[in-house]
Design a protein around this ligand. Structure first.
Ligand code: HEM
Length: 505
């Protein structure tokens, strides 16, 4: 049982009890991970519908963010602080999409709210998001992300700005060429086939199973790591660093998330630092090696410190996003078995060989389903920015130093850009309809502009490879009346871990 738990990441009663046997903080961490897998977070605990309605419908005094300069002709940004001290922090975590839609109805595409003790302006809808992401006059910087994740993911590509970002991105692009992607696909295939094969039948929580699978892929494809005990240690360090990003107590209290995150970061730095020289000397086909050997067209290379920082950030950027995408796809395919059958037929037509890059690209149904899942459940629901100077969006005044959240939600649910936007309808991405072309920013799960996701092809290939293996090996379903509840404490994840009935084919 312990083995299965380690492999699938699916917490079992035996796993939780087994954790108690571990003395010290490692045992406590394991226990808390197991409990997390079994219990929804406080923000997702079911309450009577009336209580939720009252909570969501609460209104607070509306104020201006800042008075526009006299004679500018600009309008103020309107919004509210929300409940004292916590602001709207819990509202966003509990209601996610519903909360965003209500804010848009109340204030339109540009508004502000109190969150985490700060005032944050939300930009929603294709025009407002475009202004910040195209960022013509460099009025929006990545400083907004720093509040949340800099301590654990310092100098990751997404945290760099302007000239320096451009330079680093050009080098990093060399790790994502088609040839490199071909090599990554070849490495992830065996790990995924093996991992999917040992998923227990019954009702596993798919989200947790996928989380373990994508960690396994990361240790092999990102680091070329073969030792299981190293992989387990590095995975734990990495998970601790990611969780610390959303810690409420942002101070290293012993036993707390923040302290565990700092320890995790140090472990990762040590691991990458110690293995750098060997990676520079050899010619491996993992992502770590690719960064060590990447040279931009202008001859620039990464320093040792850059490689360590980029590797730690890349693991984070890839992990939850791909896990969430696969979970959303599994959910919609369980709710719409006709799409599951159609996708399975295509997968079976590929035969028993592990799929290469071209084979994965040929899985058109999975492609449509993935795009629709990314529309309905964008894994990154807000892209953080900070204004570098006084600026305006759609005629609203934003002073220098304003924190901004660029939100794809409204773009993805806008009735002006999508027919029947609440409906699961993958065909809307088909060649006859291409609703995603209705506006450059109608569909933006990977962001847009200079910081658009550099791993979007990698992520798409990994998710398709995982779903391909799942379709070949299993059928899965959820009860007809089951509706997944998504928890938005950090990125949107199924609050109950998505239990699905899984049967071997
Ligand atoms: C389905 C999976 C994924 C989704 C939905 C996703 C989403 C995003 C989004 C929205 C951004 C833009 C952030 C911003 O503008 O502030 C981003 C940036 C980034 N992503 Fe992804 N991502 C995914 C997978 C991956 C993977 C697999 C990798 C690496 C292997 C990766 C690496 C990055 C990096 C390095 C950046 C920063 C790019 C820059 O600042 O130039 N992502 N991603």
């Amino acid at each position: 049982m312990a083995d299965t738990t380690a492999k699938t990441g699916i917490p079992t009663a035996g796993g939780a009890l087994g954790s108690l046997a571990h003395a010290g903080s490692d045992g406590v961490t394991r226990l808390s991970e197991n409990l997390r897998g079994r219990m929804p977070p406080l923000t997702a605990i079911p309450l009577p519908r009336k209580v939720d309605e009252r909570w969501l419908g609460a209104r607070w005094p509306v104020r201006e963010l800042a008075a526009p300069p006299a004679g500018s002709g600009l309008k103020p940004v309107l919004g509210d602080d929300g409940p004292p001290l916590i602001g709207h922090t819990l509202d966003g975590m509990r209601f996610g999409l519903d909360f965003s839609l209500r804010r848009f109805d109340q204030f339109g595409p540009v508004s502000w709210m109190g969150v985490f003790g700060q005032r944050i302006v939300t930009l929603s809808g294709p025009e407002a998001t475009q202004a910040a992401l195209v960022n013509k006059d460099k009025a929006f910087s990545q400083e907004g992300w720093k509040f949340f994740i800099e301590r654990f993911f310092e100098r990751g590509l997404m945290l760099l700005d302007f000239g320096e970002h451009h330079l680093h991105r050009r080098i990093m692009q060399e790790a994502f060429t088609r040839d490199r992607l071909r090599g990554y696909v070849a490495q992830m295939g065996p790990a995924l086939r093996e991992g999917v094969a040992v998923l227990p039948s019954g009702r596993p929580r798919l989200y947790w199973a996928f989380k373990q699978l994508t960690l396994d892929v990361a240790t092999q494809v990102f680091m070329g790591m073969r030792s299981a005990s190293d992989a387990e240690r590095i995975n734990r360090a990495f998970v601790a660093a990611v969780r610390a990003g959303t810690a409420v107590v942002r101070y290293p209290v012993p036993g707390g998330r923040w302290a565990a995150g700092l320890r995790g970061r140090r472990t990762l730095e040590r691991y990458f630092g110690e293995n750098l020289a060997a990676k520079r000397d050899a010619d491996g086909d993992d992502l770590f090696s690719a960064l060590c050997h990447a040279v931009s067209e202008d001859g620039d290379r990464f320093s040792d410190a850059d490689i360590v920082n980029h590797m730690i950030f890349l693991m984070m950027a890839a992990h939850d996003t791909t896990t969430i995408t696969a979970s959303a796809m599994a959910y919609y395919l369980a709710k719409h078995p006709e799409w599951q059958d159609r996708a399975r037929e295509e997968s079976l037509r590929l035969g028993d060989d592990l799929p290469d890059l071209e084979a994965l690209e040929s899985l058109e149904t999975l492609d449509l389903v993935m795009k629709e899942a990314l529309r309905l459940r964008a894994p990154v629901p807000s892209l953080a920015r900070k204004t570098t100077k006084d600026t305006a969006v759609l005629g609203h005044y934003l002073p220098e130093g304003t924190l901004v959240g660029v939100s794809p939600t409204l773009n993805h649910y806008s009735p002006e850009h999508w027919t029947d936007p609440l409906r699961f309808d993958p065909e809307r991405f088909g060649p006859d309809r291409r609703e995603d072309k209705s506006h450059r920013f109608a569909w933006m799960p990977f962001g847009g502009g200079a910081h658009k996701c550099i791993g979007l092809q990698f992520g798409g290939l990994e998710v398709k490879a995982l779903m391909h293996e799942l379709l070949r090996a299993h059928r899965w379903s959820v009860p007809e009346d089951y509706v997944a509840k998504w928890d938005y404490v950090s990125l949107p994840v199924p609050a109950d871990g998505l239990p699905a009935r899984l049967a071997y084919r």
